[in-house]
Design a binder for this molecule. Structure first.
Ligand SMILES: C[S@@+](CC[C@H](N)C(=O)[O-])C[C@H]1O[C@@H](n2cnc3c(N)ncnc32)[C@H](O)[C@@H]1O
Length: 213
């Protein structure tokens, strides 16, 4: 277990018990993300940093013919995810522990095919080398695949004092927005001949970015 995994387990050891009930307000736009993921969905989907599996369970219920895969570095979060998946009776969700900076999900889950959709929901901002995680995501995406990232943005539409307070608050959870991130997504999209789109949520509190091959 590396230091980052220990940090994540430290954050979620207690929080995982009330995570799903308390994140509706702080992590807006996830339902919009799931709507977009679900558009014409077939095949296989990967969530990087799946946490308690909230997103995967919603999708797996809506799309029983699709296989869903989730990777997360925190075994604490995955304990909760596993319990909730078993309780839900859903059999098309597969989760495993791994670091998005180093993992090869296709090897990990023994899937030969590429993923039709890969998404990061409020996880990229917690991953120290997020560029590596993005490369990994792009690398296991199929030819006509789609990659989505929803995460905290720079809160430019908010008063300065609130913005500073939020940055401090996010820091407590090892969450950060790196200026220039969106520009880098755009370059990555160009390099991979993908269309790029970014959508602001609540005055740039968060963004939803799409890279579509
Ligand atoms: C804020 S939670 C989001 C969980 C879920 N995606 C959601 O929308 O509710 C961030 C998740 O990213 C995971 N994470 C952080 N760094 C990671 C890494 N390097 N590799 C895989 N998962 C990571 C954390 O353990 C945590 O479960």
């Amino acid at each position: 277990m590396n230091d980052h995994a220990r940090r994540m387990d430290g954050i979620y050891h207690v929080q995982r018990h009330f995570y799903d009930a308390t994140r509706r307000l702080f992590l807006p736009g996830r339902d919009l993300l799931l709507e977009r993921v679900g558009d014409g969905l077939e095949g296989a989907v990967l969530e990087v940093g799946c946490g308690t599996g909230r997103n995967l369970r919603i999708l797996a219920r809506r799309f029983p013919h699709v296989q869903f895969y989730g990777v997360d570095i925190s075994s604490e979060m995955l304990w909760t995810a596993k319990r909730k998946i078993v309780r839900s009776g859903l059999t098309n969700i597969h989760i495993a522990q791994g670091d998005a900076q180093t993992v090869d999900p296709r090897e990990m889950f023994r899937v030969e095919r590429s993923f039709d959709v890969v998404f990061f929901s409020y996880s990229l901002s917690m991953i120290p080398d997020w560029r590596k995680a993005m490369e990994m995501g792009m690398g296991c995406l199929g030819e006509r695949g789609r990659l989505y990232i929803i995460d905290f943005w720079d809160q430019q539409g908010w008063p300065g004092v609130v913005r500073r307070l939020l940055v401090w608050w996010f820091g407590l959870f090892h969450v950060r927005y790196e200026p220039g991130m969106i520009e880098e997504f755009k370059s990555l999209a160009e390099k991979n001949a993908a269309r790029f789109d970014v959508y602001s949520i609540s005055g740039r509190y968060a963004f939803l970015a799409t890279l579509m091959r």
